[in-house]
Design a protein around this ligand. Structure first.
Ligand code: G1P
Length: 289
């Protein structure tokens, strides 16, 4: 039903400088896989095979990562490292990936405008390229299921502390069930007093193609950028929009502390590292106390 996904990955990654001066933040690795590989995997695990990545200046490494590298494959063949060879080939076969470059960095809403031609007239998923979700059911799949039930655009949300609402898009609406809200407002990075709730937009969306017309009408908003949240507020005048409180954990890789936590949590989930890494952590903590 949802066949296409868009991954915006053009941002400068200023929160992670200097590491992101000469490499995309989406290529920062969590253990041995770049962040964007987890994001592509989530889309694939949600039944999506056609993925458009919005890139920009300095983002070539993303394309190279998902492309074949024959020199490397030859070397692995010579070394008879079949496991790694298979993994490299699977990587370039994960999905049908397409790329378009955002010419100027005018915000998330502007980035999504570049997807219009590729997406055409069908609903599509958006997954922010610097956000990894850890969940049993892929978060994009959770949104697709809600879209199937309610129709209309669906946004992933999660509760954040009240004093942090000014870092996110915040939604307000009427509960339809335990996890679903029908929205009556969305505000990008409101002050604590303006915020309609503490439910923050969590970096995953299902959007109807009507968003493209709304984006054309969207004026410059917070931080001098075209905001997707503002376009959705325009869309809300024409269609219902739902928020889905996600089951799972969001990891914002663009944030240094979150990045460290994600590395630790994901390492503890990897069978080959779990035991020795836990032993090491205990030792480090004991020494620090
Ligand atoms: C973007 C969105 C915001 C959302 C956030 C989630 O903001 O504009 O609505 O809550 O992602 O990470 P950014 O973090 O790019 O400033």
């Amino acid at each position: 039903m949802i066949k296409k996904a868009v991954i915006p990955a053009a941002g400068l990654g200023t929160r992670f400088l200097p590491a992101t001066k000469a490499q995309p933040k989406e290529m920062l690795p969590i253990i041995d896989r770049p962040t964007i590989q987890y994001v592509v995997q989530e889309a694939v695990d949600s039944g999506i095979e056609d993925i458009l990545i919005i890139t920009g200046k300095g983002k070539r490494a993303i394309e190279d990562h998902f492309d074949r590298n024959f020199e490397l494959e030859n070397r692995l063949e010579e070394k008879e490292d079949q496991l790694l060879l298979d993994e490299m080939r699977r990587l370039s076969d994960m999905a049908n990936l397409h790329y378009v470059r955002q010419r100027e960095l005018n915000g998330l809403g502007d980035a999504i405008r570049y997807a219009r031609h590729h997406v055409g007239n069908e609903p599509f998923a958006v997954l922010l390229g610097d956000t990894i979700m850890d969940s049993v059911i892929p978060v994009t799949q959770q949104l697709i299921d809600t879209y199937a039930q309610f129709g209309g655009s669906v946004i992933a949300v999660e509760e954040v502390p009240h004093d942090k609402v000014n870092r996110y898009g915040i939604v307000g609406g009427r509960p339809q069930s335990d996890r679903i809200l029908e929205l009556d407002t969305l505000v990008e990075k409101p002050s604590v007093s303006e915020a309609p709730s503490n439910l923050a937009i969590a970096g995953r969306y299902i959007l109807t193609p009507e968003i493209f017309d709304a984006l054309e009408q969207t004026e410059i908003g917070k931080n001098g950028e075209i905001q997707l949240t503002d376009a959705m507020r325009i869309l809300l005048k024409r269609e219902n929009i739902y928020a889905h409180r996600i089951e799972g954990k969001r990891h914002d890789i663009g944030n240094k502390l979150d990045f460290l936590k994600t590395t630790v949590e994901f390492a503890l989930k990897r069978p080959e590292f779990a035991k020795p890494f836990m032993a090491y952590l205990k030792q480090v903590v004991a020494q620090a106390e």
